[in-house]
Design a protein around this ligand. Structure first.
Ligand code: HEC
Ligand code: HEC
Length: 459
């Protein structure tokens, strides 16, 4: 009977090993019971359902985009002569800021501080224009006025956003789309006037001055070839064409949408997660834990479009006021996103005060400034805020003289009700356990690290 006992021992060892593997693996039990084979593959770090992603093609740049590239890197266009688009949107940092200061210095002497954190310029190619509410069917091409949309939307209850049914958000009457933290520009070709003339950014000077610089630039002949010999006679038009060219560069050049992260490789069955990355991925998608995917969409579309880690919608998260922004020294100044001060068309729609565009999380691990006001400087701080904001508000917000914590202190009291307190992980109260433990936060960060472009399988 020695053979039988040997087989018994072997079976026991195998069962123990299997139980150990189940306990070690972050794959939840319900996944094992609903699809053991898929769960097993997931537990080994592989994507159980790899897809073929539709990555934008990489044809040679058009002449327009090539001109745009030269303009993007041309410091002559700035008032100081020292600053180009790339000074703030650094290509080595996914076209985001290289440093850790909340706002970047610009202006005539590169000493005037801005008022918002520099966003990455990657993955804007599918950014929809700014609208409010569900797709408005007008039956013709006449755009519905924004204020009309906003009025229709006001008074509707917010639908809950959960990572398992992010599409529920499409019935949500919330603003979405547009460029900048407040969505105030619609297309890449249109937006660039802002930074070029903004006195705290490139501070290019007058339209005439900038047009003169274009006319005397090394690319002037190319400019005339593309836009016609009379282009410099109309300074306004010359600048519009320059902006159009930069926009084409951002849309055509693959460096603005490479999709070369480990996560993209994983989605296509070409990479395996480590245990921490897998645990983080599952927490990111769990509606009762991180619930991150409710807003930062992480699944490819049915036709294989890679996820952009944003639903393009606006939310008020109540980021703490950042004393490092000089504009905040004025206690009457508030950056309220959609309802001002950098856009003027929605000032009266106070239900949107404090709302900012959900940014992509691709390449977020390269950043040292987070949120619209750059108040956080590493991902642990960001995640700590997500899970503990309403449990330990004193950790994030200042106190009044009497000791009372001023929650959501970067929003005037009358608009604080706009802050999201219903979607996980924001649905907590003092005394509740946080949605993520500190170990789980580190797992989510390990997953966020897989979103950095430039992954090679040897890593
Ligand atoms: C001094 C730093 C600075 C310079 C120089 C600069 N930008 Fe920006 N850029 C910013 C900041 C800050 C924002 C966010 C502003 C906001 O949301 O109001 C921004 C936002 C943008 C956006 C919107 C991105 C998004 O996620 O919605 C685009 C596009 C952009 N810049 C392109 C350019 C181009 C093109 C140039 C050169 C013509 C340029 N920028 C020069 C700081 C700069
Ligand atoms: C209800 C929607 C929502 C949910 C859920 C959500 N986020 Fe966000 N996230 C946002 C918005 C909106 C911002 C920008 C807020 C601002 O700037 O004021 C943001 C910003 C961020 C940033 C800063 C990015 C940058 O470039 O500055 C990180 C990192 C981030 N989220 C990670 C996460 C993670 C991880 C989770 C899950 C634990 C999560 N988010 C859940 C909406 C959401």
């Amino acid at each position: 009977m020695r053979v039988a006992s040997f087989a018994g021992v072997l079976l026991g060892v195998l069962l123990l090993a299997a139980a150990g593997f189940l306990a070690w693996s972050p794959v939840p039990l319900r996944t094992w019971t609903s699809g053991p084979e898929q769960a097993f593959r997931l537990a080994l770090g592989a994507d159980p359902q790899p897809v073929r992603l539709v990555i934008p093609a990489d044809p040679p740049l058009s002449a327009m985009a090539q001109l745009g590239e030269r303009l993007f890197y041309d410091p002559r266009l700035s008032g100081s002569g020292r600053m180009s688009c790339a000074s703030c949107h650094n290509p080595a940092f996914a076209y985001g800021p290289a440093g850790s200061s909340a706002v970047v210095l610009g202006g005539p002497h590169v000493s005037t501080p801005g008022s918002r954190a520099v966003p990455s310029l990657r993955y804007l190619y599918r950014q929809p224009p700014f609208t409010i509410g569900p797709d408005v069917e007008t039956g013709n091409d006449v755009p519905v006025a924004l204020t009309q949309q906003a009025q229709a939307a006001s008074g509707h209850a917010r639908a809950l956003k959960t990572a398992q049914a992010p599409q529920a958000a499409s019935t949500n009457l919330v603003p979405q789309g547009g460029l900048f933290w407040d969505g105030r520009a619609d297309t890449l070709e249109q937006q660039i006037n802002g930074p070029l003339f903004n006195p705290a950014e490139m501070d290019g000077g007058t339209v005439q001055e900038v047009a003169r610089k274009l006319a005397s630039g090394p690319y002037a002949a190319e400019f005339e070839r593309l836009f016609g010999p009379g282009v410099f006679e109309n300074p306004g038009m010359a600048i519009d064409e320059a902006m159009f060219a930069i926009g084409r560069y951002e849309i055509e050049d693959p460096s603005f949408h490479p999709f070369t992260s480990k996560y993209d490789a994983w989605l296509q069955g070409r990479a395996r997660f480590t245990r921490a990355e897998l645990a983080g991925y599952l927490l990111f998608n769990d509606p009762a834990k991180g619930n991150c995917a409710a807003c930062h969409l992480d699944q490819p579309s049915r036709d294989g479009q890679p996820p952009l880690f944003t639903d393009h919608q606006f939310e008020a998260l109540g980021a703490p006021r950042n004393p490092a922004i000089p504009a905040n020294r004025d206690p009457g100044y508030y950056d309220l996103g959609i309802c001002g001060p950098y856009r003027n068309d929605m000032r009266t729609q106070t239900q949107y005060c404090g709302m900012f565009l959900t940014p992509t999380l691709r390449n977020v691990a390269l950043r040292r400034v987070f949120f619209h006001n750059g108040v956080f400087h590493n991902l642990t701080q960001v995640l700590d805020f997500y899970v503990a904001r309403d449990i330990h508000p004193g950790r994030f917000y200042p106190r009044k003289a009497a000791g009372q914590v001023v929650e959501y202190d970067d929003i005037p009291p009358q608009y604080r009700a706009n802050v999201d307190t219903v979607d996980a992980p924001f649905d907590r109260h003092p005394g509740d356990p946080p949605a993520l433990t500190s170990g789980e936060i580190q797992d989510v960060i390990a997953f966020l690290d897989t979103l950095t472009d430039g992954y090679t399988s040897s890593q």
